[in-house]
Ligand binder design. Sequence first.
Ligand SMILES: [Zn+2]
Ligand SMILES: [Zn+2]
Length: 131
Amino acid sequence: MRMTKNRKIILEMIKESNKSLSAELLINKLSPKVMDPSTVYRSLDTLFNNNYLMKSTLNQTAYYHINKPDHKHYMQCLKCEKLIEVDCHLHKLEDLVHDNKDLTIISHNLTFFGYCKECGKKEKRLLSHKV
Ligand SMILES: [Zn+2]
Ligand SMILES: [Zn+2]
């Protein structure tokens, strides 16, 4: 993949964000003079297909975050959309799938959804009020 100016801009924007970003969020941030929406969608696809980005889908919207070389997973908070890093413990599972089905696994993609510490506290308070 050639690192074009547009792809670089998108990659930098996602890198600088502590949230995962959807195409729509990126389009809203970018002036149409810099990049038209179809370029944003195409660049995201290319970056994802070349393993620069990881993707998680929430409410039928794709959110992208950086695919770090040390390979981490993320928990995305449903309330504040913050991303929290989670270590990967899935390589054993890859081996199992490989052995059982004789498949060649190249990578995997998993995002957890829930509440971060702060939002979790608020949620618990809300839940206990309901009881
Ligand atoms: Zn949160
Ligand atoms: Zn993993």
